[in-house]
Design a binder for this molecule. Structure first.
Ligand SMILES: Cc1ncc(COP(=O)(O)O)c(C=O)c1O
Length: 318
C-alpha cells in the first residue's frame, strides 16, 4: 500500500496538490566519487527536491495522514513535536496545507535559515537549551503535552511507527525500482532512525543479499544537524539494532570537505548530513574495493545546502 499522496511520477501530473508531490525523488549517480574504483557505483536520492526541501516530508505527511485515519488528529488540535528543523518544516507545510496549527520545540542553536522557514510557514516555535541538543527539546514537548493532552496531537516522530513506515512504503520501493533491483548496499546516517530503519526493512524484504549500514556522528558533540550519536543520546523507540549489518562513524570535518567537493566537482549543493552519507558511502566503496567486490551503493541526500549557507566551512580548506 503506497503512502497517501505520493504521485506516480514527479512533474507529469496536472491538477494534483502540493502534498501529492512528496516522494518519487530522482536517484543520481555520483560518478566522481568512484572514478578510481572499478565496478563500484554510488547513487544518492535527491530528497531536497521534495516540496518542503528534505527527506522528512515523507514521514511528516505519513504521520499526519495516519493520525487522521486513527482519529488522534482532529480539526482544532495542534500538531506538536520536537524537531531539529526538517520534520518541523514538513509538519508546518502539511499543517498549513491541511488546516492545522503546528507548535514545535527545538534547540535554540539550529540554523537561522531553518527558524526563518518555520516562522514563514506560521509555526509556533518553543526554543530549548542548545547544550541539551534535541533531547532537551524532547523533554520540553513531553511536559507541554502532559499539561494539555486535549489541545495537541503529539506526533512523536521518535516513537511513531508512521515515521519508518513512510520509508518502508515509499523510499525503499523507489530505490528498488530506480536501480532495477541492482542495489547491493544501502547506507544512511541516523537521526530519528526512520529513514534507515524503514528503507532497510523494505530493501531486506525485497532485495536478496543486500547489506544495510547505518552511520552516526563520531562524537556526541558534532555539527551534523538532524543526526545522533546514539551511545550518548536518548535512543528513539523506533530504532531496531538488529536491522544494521554494520555502523560507520563520521567526522563533521569530513562532511564539510565532502559538501565542498560535491558542490565543485558535481554541481551538487548538499546539506551536511547528505554530504556525510556520501562520506559513509565512499568508505563502504573503499572496503568493497579492498575485498575485490563489486557494488551498487545507494544513500540519501537528506536536504540541500540552502539552510547551511551561512556556515563558514564553505570557504575553508581545499
Ligand atoms: C538534515 C537531516 N539529515 C538526516 C536526518 C536523519 O533522518 P532520520 O530522522 O530519518 O533518521 C534528519 C532528520 O531529521 C535531518 O533533518
Amino acid at each position: 500500500m503506497p503512502i497517501a499522496g505520493v504521485s506516480e511520477r514527479r512533474g507529469v501530473r496536472t491538477g494534483a496538490g502540493l502534498l501529492d508531490q512528496i516522494g518519487n525523488t530522482p536517484l543520481v549517480q555520483v560518478g566522481s566519487l568512484t572514478a578510481d574504483l572499478a565496478g563500484i557505483e554510488i547513487w544518492t536520492k535527491l530528497e531536497f527536491l521534495n516540496p518542503g526541501g528534505s527527506v522528512k516530508d515523507r514521514p511528516g505527511l505519513n504521520i499526519v495522514n495516519e493520525a487522521e485515519i486513527s482519529g488522534r488528529l482532529v480539526k482544532g488540535r495542534t500538531i506538536l513535536d520536537a524537531t531539529s528543523g526538517n520534520t518541523g518544516i514538513a509538519y508546518a507545510m502539511v499543517g498549513a496545507a491541511k488546516g492545522y496549527r503546528v507548535a514545535l520545540c527545538l534547540a535554540a542553536n539550529v540554523s537561522r535559515e531553518r527558524k526563518q522557514i518555520l516562522e514563514a510557514l506560521g509555526a509556533e516555535l518553543i526554543f530549548t537549551d542548545p547544550a541539551e541538543g534535541s533531547d532537551g527539546a524532547i523533554r520540553r514537548v513531553r511536559e507541554i503535552y502532559a499539561q494539555h493532552p486535549d489541545e495537541y496531537f503529539y506526533a512523536d516522530q521518535y516513537s511513531n511507527d508512521a515515521n519508518w513506515r513512510a520509508h518502508f512504503e515509499s523510499t525503499g520501493p523507489e530505490i528498488v525500482a530506480q536501480t532495477e533491483g541492482r542495489v547491493t548496499h544501502f547506507v544512511a546516517l541516523l537521526g530519528t532512525t526512520g529513514t534507515f530503519i524503514g528503507t532497510s526493512r523494505r530493501l531486506k524484504r525485497d532485495v536478496p543479499g543486500i547489506e544495510c549500514w547505518s552511520a552516526q556522528p563520531a562524537t556526541p558533540l558534532h555539527g551534523i544537524e538532524g543526526t545522533k550519536h546514539l551511545p550518548a543520546a536518548i535512543v528513539p523507540r523506533i530504532y531496531d539494532s538488529t536491522v544494521a549489518d554494520g555502523n560507520m562513524w563520521i567526522e563533521t570535518e569530513a562532511c564539510h570537505r565532502m559538501a565542498r567537493r560535491m558542490a565543485r566537482a558535481e554541481g551538487l549543493l548538499l546539506g551536511i548530513s547528505a554530504a556525510g552519507n556520501l562520506v559513509a558511502a565512499r568508505e563502504l566503496a573503499e572496503r568493497l574495493a579492498a575485498q575485490g567486490r563489486r557494488g551498487v551503493i545507494v544513500t540519501i541526500a537528506c536536504d540541500g545546502a540552502a539552510k547551511y549557507l551561512s556556515e563558514s566551512f564553505w570557504g575553508e580548506g581545499e
